[in-house]
Design a protein around this ligand. Structure first.
Ligand SMILES: Nc1ncnc2c1ncn2[C@@H]1O[C@H](COP(=O)(O)OP(=O)(O)OP(=O)(O)O)[C@@H](O)[C@H]1O
Length: 608
């Protein structure tokens, strides 16, 4: 344990600081990785404790350590019995330096870890990577610049440690006299030239460390990967569709999930064999939470998940397969591509278990399927938004998962790109036959891409059924609204099949007895405007236009029944959606007040 007498302060300092940062690196990593997942009081307390060596006077820290580790201290005594005496020996200089370096290492790593896209690690797990591989291939490379900066800062701080070292290790020349102590001793002895020699060494070393910090911080910005984003490439010509082999494999998803997040309760059960299911719901309904629970990225408090007969989770039987064993791929809202890996490496990430030749062939085929062969060597930051989405889709599909979870995959795209990506997605999903759960706010997307709709709100099921049925018979006001019905009114019962729609002051005859219905709805694009009643109209009313909102293709016309006074008596206007061309032919009649509003047969939604 004892250093050979006569070691120079420079060597002693370099050694203590190096051993100190070696000690605090894993500790700082573990602490930062743990604390980044905490919030609130737990987080604040941990931060306070872990950063305290930074703010406590070093002599106070040294004194406390001396009391703990001294020969008669609560830790020193058992150590002494083992023949280990820490105080006033060179290991005490290492410990003192470690106390100084730890908070800087911890803080720098925490900042780096918090800058990581939280979706990356989850996506990597869902692609079959275990926690260790995720750490090695994703987390570590991405926090490497932060780690480098933390090491340099910690080393610089450890080199300069004085107060704690003096208290705990003493100032023993050749054994515990590090550079700061040597400067103090030289000044004390009036040997200023010697003090300057040591000072120059400290300044040089610290300067080097700080230069390294800057270098690492610059590397953290990865200028090499931030080339100009590519312009959107032309539409992808897909080869003729081959029959989807995977579509022949029967699909069955059964779950009954329960989870609480504070006041939010999630209780949802489903049994489906539909290969394309869209999940609709307002913001905060629990859509993303459902995907996280299914993928194993969050643990339900109770329940069961069964996919194609495989039990993925069963709280009662203590089964909880980790995400990498569920064969459920996730594509989150913001594609979560691994920024330090090329397009090809991103796509290959989930194929690590395959021999290189097969992996290469599968990646090449998948890149061709999404039209990205030319971009294989590029990094995500060099791609356009649409290309990034295609890469994320390719990365998920290439693993041939049993289930693909798409969380608003196109929400960040502009309208033009969105339509093209939608088409591509429709083709790819049909061709691959991979069963898909799609979370979306876009009704059109849900209808085009999926066969069944699941409507949820407040963590509970509102409606589940084939898409046409949910659209045509939504049943509940919330479902009608969520599926885009813009005209909804409470009703007043006038007879078994007669009612007044209160919001519009209109009398209506219903196709079925009123029963428990409390509201009616009329979809804007089902209603018709014209100078004569529509041929299949069950109701028509003279109406007056109160406002027109023009889109590039469609026009929303707000009308009120003509009989109503100006200002429509506080009643709501009815929205009618028409193609622009059709509206142009009606403009004159609208100006003359000759318009009729028609409700075609079968268009009245009965709601409760
Ligand atoms: N880790 C968490 N801690 C606390 N609350 C959470 C957590 N995860 C989800 N919640 C709560 O659960 C509810 C559902 O969240 P979720 O993200 O699933 O909504 P969503 O339907 O996907 O909404 P959006 O459409 O806006 O993405 C929200 O009220 C949210 O505050």
């Amino acid at each position: 344990m004892e250093a050979a007498p006569g070691l120079s302060p420079l060597v002693l300092s370099l050694r203590s600081a190096a051993l100190a940062v070696l000690l605090v690196t894993p500790a700082g990593f573990l602490a930062a990785d743990r604390v980044r997942r905490w919030r609130g009081a737990r987080r604040a307390t941990a931060d306070l404790l872990l950063l305290s060596p930074l703010v406590l006077p070093p002599t106070v820290l040294g004194f406390v350590l001396l009391q703990l580790l001294g020969r008669y201290g609560p830790l020193g005594e058992p150590l002494a019995r083992l023949g280990l005496e820490l105080v006033f020996s060179w290991p005490a200089t290492v410990l003192s330096a470690a106390m100084a370096a730890f908070p800087l290492m911890y803080r720098t790593l925490l900042a780096s870890l918090e800058q990581l896209d939280p979706g990356l690690e989850g996506v990597a797990r869902s692609l079959g990577a275990g926690p260790w591989r995720v750490w090695r291939r994703i987390t570590l490379p991405l926090v490497l610049p932060g780690l480098g900066a933390g090491l340099s800062l910690g080393y610089a701080r450890a080199l300069g440690e004085f107060g704690t070292t003096l208290m705990l290790a003493g100032n023993i020349p050749g054994r515990t006299q590090t550079l700061p102590l040597a400067i103090y001793a030289a000044v004390d002895a009036g040997d200023l030239p010697q003090a300057w020699v040591w000072t120059a060494q400290v300044l040089l070393l610290n300067g080097l460390c700080l230069a390294l910090v800057q270098l690492f911080l610059l590397r953290g910005r990865r200028p090499g990967l931030e080339g100009a984003a590519a312009p959107e490439s032309p539409p992808v010509p897909l080869p003729p569709a081959a029959p989807a082999a995977a579509a022949l494999v029967p699909f069955a998803l059964r779950f009954d999930l329960h989870k609480r997040h504070g006041a939010f309760r999630f209780d949802l059960a489903l049994d489906t064999s539909c290969r394309r299911l869209a999940i609709l719901g307002p913001s905060g309904a629990g859509k993303s939470l459902l995907l996280r629970l299914l993928a194993g990225l969050e643990r339900p408090s109770a329940g069961r998940i069964e996919l194609n007969g495989r039990v993925l989770f069963d709280a009662a039987r203590g089964i909880d397969l980790p995400p990498e064993r569920r064969r459920i791929a996730v594509m989150p809202q913001h594609d979560a591509l691994f920024p330090h890996l090329s397009v090809a490496a991103n796509v290959a990430f989930g194929l690590a278990h395959l021999p290189a030749a097969e992996r290469y062939a599968r990646v090449a085929a998948q890149l061709a399927a999404v039209g990205l062969q030319e971009q294989a060597r590029k990094y995500p930051a060099q791609l356009s938004g649409g290309q990034q989405q295609r890469t994320a889709l390719a990365r998920a599909l290439v693993t041939e998962p049993d289930l693909l979870l798409l969380d608003e995959p196109l929400s960040s795209q502009d309208a033009h790109r969105r339509r093209r990506l939608q088409q591509l997605m429709e083709e790819l999903l049909a061709r691959s036959g991979v069963p898909t759960l799609l979370v979306t706010h876009d009704m059109d997307e849900a209808y085009r891409l999926c066969e069944e709709l699941l409507v949820i709100d407040g963590g509970a099921l509102l409606r589940h059924g084939p898409r046409w049925e949910v659209f045509e018979r939504p049943g509940a006001v919330a479902v009608a609204r969520l599926t885009g019905c813009k005209n909804i009114s409470a009703v007043q019962r006038l007879g078994p099949t007669r009612l007044r729609a209160v919001a519009w002051g209109l009398e209506l005859v219903t196709p079925e007895p009123l029963e428990a219905w409390t509201h009616v709805g009329m979809r804007a694009n089902h209603l018709e405007l014209g100078t004569a009643p529509a041929p299949d109209a069950v109701h028509h009313w003279p109406c007056r236009v109160v406002r027109v909102s023009e889109g590039p293709l469609h026009v929303t016309v707000f009308v009120v029944p003509a009989a109503m006074p100006d200002g429509n008596g506080g009643r709501e206007p009815i929205q009618v959606e028409l193609r622009r061309r059709r509206w142009r032919t009606l403009a004159q009649a609208a100006a003359a007040g000759d318009l009729l509003l028609s409700l075609p047969a079968g268009s009245l939604l009965m709601l409760r």
